[in-house]
Design a protein around this ligand. Structure first.
Ligand code: 13P
Length: 253
């Protein structure tokens, strides 16, 4: 049985005091989620990682939004895995469509980062998803398949099972135009099939695959009713405590 997972991607939002306020206020809801066997977490900006770690219950997963694959060196503006590990971060989001679009992050680059994270016993949350044009052309499946095959290339099955995948159609991100649960399930089931062909069916059955794109307290339960969807990667609706609580309630069902 795959454990359900809710991960809030805060993107470039919240100052440290704002992040601290959220962290201090989320205790009860995190406890509620954990008591229902659900993993919950947030991905703050780098400067807010420490305040969240300090003030949130230890059960809240705290993820970074990016990392560099090199341990150290002349990479201005970058953050390394040892730096994240030292402050107690164990999870990192990679390959988000915004980073692919604005920062030129490729699936090949994600592959290097994923390997480096796994070598450090950290959890990569690898994002994939197609543009509106690709969706309308009916080419979602081959497009996403390529992202998965390249991003997870050369992993051993026992490594692959530790990765979390997030399917986020770009046309549904921040637009209020969420994919229907049937569309999300169809693509996510395809991703699971690709994972089975790469790593074997038993491993594919263990990998958690999230849906992301305009997930709200009012629609999260629909996605969770689908067999291959194991949780959600949520942007806007993860920023406020009330809404985050609503997401957890929807996930618990
Ligand atoms: P929204 O939930 O704001 O659409 O963002 C989704 C997302 O990009 C999460 O990574």
């Amino acid at each position: 049985m795959r454990k359900k997972l809710l991960l809030g991607n805060w993107k470039m939002n919240k100052t440290r005091p704002e992040a601290k306020e959220f962290a201090k206020g989320c205790g009860e809801m995190v406890e509620y989620a954990v008591s229902h066997g659900i993993d919950v977490g947030v991905a703050p900006t780098f400067v807010c990682l420490c305040p969240v770690l300090k003030h949130a219950p230890k059960e809240l997963i705290v993820a970074a939004q990016n990392v560099n694959e090199h341990d150290h060196g002349a990479y201005t503006g970058e953050i390394s895995i040892p730096m994240l590990k030292e402050i107690g971060i164990g999870w990192v989001i990679l390959g988000h469509s915004e980073r692919r679009e604005y920062n030129g992050e490729t699936s090949e680059a994600c592959n290097l980062k994923i390997k480096a994270l796994l070598a450090n016993d950290m959890v990569p949350v690898y994002c994939c998803g197609e543009s509106l044009g690709t969706f309308e052309e009916g080419k979602t499946k081959p497009f996403v398949e390529e992202q998965i095959r390249v991003g997870l290339a050369d992993l051993k099955p026992e490594e692959a099972e530790k990765v979390v995948i997030a399917y986020e159609p770009i046309w549904a991100i921040g637009t209020g135009k969420s994919a229907t649960k049937e569309i999300a399930e169809e693509t996510i089931a395809h991703i699971r099939g690709v994972l089975a062909s790469m790593f074997g069916a038993p491993v594919a059955e263990k990998i958690r695959i999230l849906y992301g794109g305009s997930v709200k307290p009012g629609n999260i339960a629909e996605y969770m009713s689908m067999p291959d969807i194991d949780g959600a990667l949520v942007g806007g609706a993860s920023l406020e405590l009330d809404s985050y609580k609503g997401l957890i309630e929807g996930l618990v069902g």
